[in-house]
Design a binder for this molecule. Structure first.
Ligand SMILES: Cc1ncc(COP(=O)(O)O)c(C=O)c1O
Length: 396
């Protein structure tokens, strides 16, 4: 054991603790639903990305069990060796049809989709134009690529155009990357503006639809469908770990893109595929979404209802346009205290502070789900109000 190194890590942990930045990781003791048991306490759950309540669905569990019975528990290898189960191939085809793209390539998650795709597409000498609030997995993918990263102001098309113009004469590949729905703020990227600028400046477009999948567009087809931009976006990245309630990720686009990524993407080449249970469950979720948009409609109904209630209580929901509902508190410690107080009262909603969000904009992020009942949402909003009055965040 290297004692000096252990001491360095401990010193950093002490600093985080002193500055109120250390993480408290809770443990889920039950199946995840709109209410569940966390650290032994039954609470209304406002923290999950399980937008459509899929995690606890009997038919999806059955599909996963059937897949295990047929294919076993693991995939045993990377896609290009023997990890490419028939379930994954069917999932890719079905997802491509659902998303109205030529082809899809399944990854192990959204993070590996980003970190595998971006470095395959751009290299040293190329340029990446990246929204300043893009998700960490996009940022990591960009860094791995060794291309030059040029951030543009959040959702600001004038800022993007200014940067593109500066590099208009550069002959390299130019990739514009944006989150579809921004995970901390819940706002939607101006994708039509991005596509227009990409055409004007001969750039390639990529959108990470992690929080738009199952949420935006007809039957939850995502941001491209939402803006009617089918065939206009070069690369769509997504995850099956949020609204789909399973685990996995994907890149979607043309056959050429998918064939290229199969050959060039390091997280495809050097990491095993999703398990049969994941693939079986994903197939079932696509069927559920294709057949009905009830879950998506219910999700939005709940989101609109909760947001209106919180606003009426005087809370600031920032620039949210989607079921991701940040409640801005400002001070990091105060946001943590509010989250702890809510937990005592039977509501779990995660506080987020610096560096996850900018200094002074600490918040509690409320994640809505189609399976929340009105009673659960009323209870949660009331507990927010009561706790915020107690902590002096709101005045009576
Ligand atoms: C925008 C975005 N992209 C990618 C990911 C990573 O997805 P996964 O959990 O499937 O790795 C997340 C998850 O937080 C996300 O919010």
């Amino acid at each position: 054991m290297n004692e000096k190194f252990q001491g360095m890590m401990q010193a950093e942990l002490d600093r985080l603790e002193k500055e109120g930045l250390s993480l408290r990781i809770r443990t889920l003791d039950s199946e995840q639903g709109p209410a569940c048991t966390i650290d032994g306490k039954y609470v209304v759950n406002l923290a999950a990305n399980n937008y459509l309540g899929i995690i606890a669905r009997k038919d999806v569990k059955e599909a996963a069990k059937k897949a295990i019975d047929e294919f076993g528990v693991g995939s045993g290898a990377v896609k290009t060796i023997i990890g490419n189960t028939r379930l994954i191939v069917e999932g890719e085809k079905k997802l491509a049809k659902f998303k109205e793209v030529e082809d899809v390539l399944m990854y192990q998650g959204g993070l590996t989709a980003n970190s595998g795709t971006i470095p395959a597409l751009v290299h040293d000498g190329d340029l990446i134009f990246s929204d300043e609030l893009n998700h960490a997995s996009i940022i990591d993918g960009c860094r791995l690529s060794k291309a030059k990263i040029i951030p543009f102001k959040h959702c600001d098309m004038a800022s993007l155009e200014e940067k593109l113009k500066e590099h208009q004469q550069d002959p390299c590949t130019k990739l514009i990357i944006t989150d579809g729905v921004f995970s901390m703020d819940g706002d939607i990227a101006p994708l039509p503006g991005i596509v227009e600028l990409a055409k004007k400046y001969d750039a390639v477009t990529m959108v990470d639809d992690a929080h738009g999948e199952g949420v935006l567009g007809d039957h939850g087809r995502g941001i491209v469908n939402h803006f009617h931009l089918e065939g206009e976006v070069d690369v769509e990245i997504g995850t099956m770990s949020k609204a789909f309630g399973v685990v996995g990720g994907y890149a979607a686009g043309t056959h050429t893109l998918v064939e290229y990524l199969k050959n060039k993407s390091r997280t495809i080449l050097f990491s095993s595929t999703i398990t049969p249970a994941d693939a079986g469950a994903i197939l079932k979720v696509i069927d559920i979404l294709t057949e009905s948009d009830d879950l998506v409609r219910k999700l939005w109904e709940n989101a609109v209802y909760f947001k209106a209630k919180m606003k009426a209580y005087g809370f600031d929901t920032w620039r949210s346009e989607t079921p991701i509902t940040p409640i801005i508190i400002g001070d990091g410690q105060l946001a943590k205290n509010l989250s702890a107080r809510l937990f005592e009262k039977g509501v779990f909603a995660q506080s987020l502070g610096f560096p996850t969000v900018p200094k002074g904009l600490a918040r509690i992020r409320c994640m809505l789900c189609s399976t929340h009942t009105k009673e659960q949402l009323d209870f949660a909003a009331d507990m927010f109000h009561e706790s915020a009055l107690e902590l002096g965040i709101l005045k009576s």
